[in-house]
Design a protein around this ligand. Structure first.
Ligand SMILES: NC(=O)c1ccc[n+]([C@@H]2O[C@H](COP(=O)([O-])OP(=O)(O)OC[C@H]3O[C@@H](n4cnc5c(N)ncnc54)[C@H](OP(=O)(O)O)[C@@H]3O)[C@@H](O)[C@H]2O)c1
Length: 259
């Protein structure tokens, strides 16, 4: 049985993944943005390994989340699930970043750097990453007029690219990105056409399955099938430029060789 941390497990796909993995007998560390939101976990928290609290829009709280996880012990897997979709404005965070970038990209980047390295890492991307742009000069939306859908698409391109970059740099870790499909959660909306069940079972499989097919790295997945991601995701030049930007924005370097 594995020890697995899931960000954003108070709702939607994160909560479904937590329930499913707990049913299989795994030890799950849950995450809520605040003590108030942790109340959404009342039903499953008694059988969880722990609950950590913190808002991913803040680097200070993200640091605290990592410390809370590390205090519980080393995880076998981390599912970077939490995310936000169409923000009405850039909505600057306490650290001065666009909130969409902060929650969807900077927080998983920082948690990857700060949480004791697990065996498996899973990052939630989206089919919308294909509308992302390979221009990295304004990833924090300081120059361009705000475009919520474009900001989300770019964030999902960056997170898929981060998963692939980690796979390249850390050969001892299985690092993969998942497109869960357009599914009916708070984010997806009630009319979302895709399968909610399959929407979370790829993440749980990549995080915990002993099947050889799940023990791979650098993949982009949809419904347990490997899919072709946008060309940038596997482009080493784009990967290196992106992690350089993320290091500049956060002041934290993920890779010891400076890239
Ligand atoms: N649903 C879809 O159709 C779809 C499609 C493609 C990709 N995805 C991706 O799948 C992942 C999960 O999406 P979902 O549909 O399950 O979304 P959801 O129902 O809105 O749930 C998102 C989770 O992330 C948490 N979260 C958001 N901002 C946070 C913050 N600042 N600090 C801490 N926690 C925060 C939420 O906490 P609260 O409960 O407190 O809000 C919630 O637990 C996301 O990364 C999303 O981009 C979803």
């Amino acid at each position: 049985m594995s020890r697995i941390f899931i960000t954003g497990s108070t709702d939607g796909l994160g909560l479904a993944a937590a329930r499913s993995l707990m049913k299989e007998g795994h030890d799950i560390v849950l995450h809520a943005r605040s003590r108030e939101r942790a109340s959404a976990l009342a039903e499953i928290s008694p059988t969880a390994l722990g609950i950590v609290i913190g808002d991913l829009a803040s680097a200070t709280e993200t640091r605290s989340i990592a410390e809370q996880v590390n205090a519980i012990g080393r995880m076998d897997a981390v599912i970077h699930n939490a995310g936000i979709y169409l923000e009405r404005s850039r909505d600057e965070t306490p650290d001065g970043h666009a909130k969409t970038l902060a929650v969807n990209v900077l927080a998983p980047y920082l948690l990857t750097a700060w949480i004791t390295r697990p065996d498996r890492l899973v990052y939630l991307s989206s089919g919308m990453h294909r509308s992302g742009s390979n221009a990295l000069d304004d990833i924090d939306w300081k120059k361009r007029p705000w475009n919520a859908s474009q900001a989300y698409s770019e964030s999902k391109l960056y997170i898929a690219t981060l998963a692939a970059t980690i796979a390249r740099h850390w050969p001892d870790v299985f690092s993969n990105a998942v497109d869960p499909g357009w599914v009916p959660t708070k984010m997806g909306g009630v009319g979302a056409p895709d399968n909610l069940e399959m929407g979370h079972l790829t993440q749980t499989w990549l995080a915990a399955s002993d099947a050889e097919a799940a023990k791979v790295s650098g993949g982009y997945w949809y419904h347990r099938q490997r899919r072709e991601a946008a060309a940038e995701v596997g482009d080493a030049g784009f990967q290196d430029a992106l992690v350089e930007k993320l290091a500049e924005l956060t002041g934290v370097r993920l890779f010891a060789d400076g890239r």
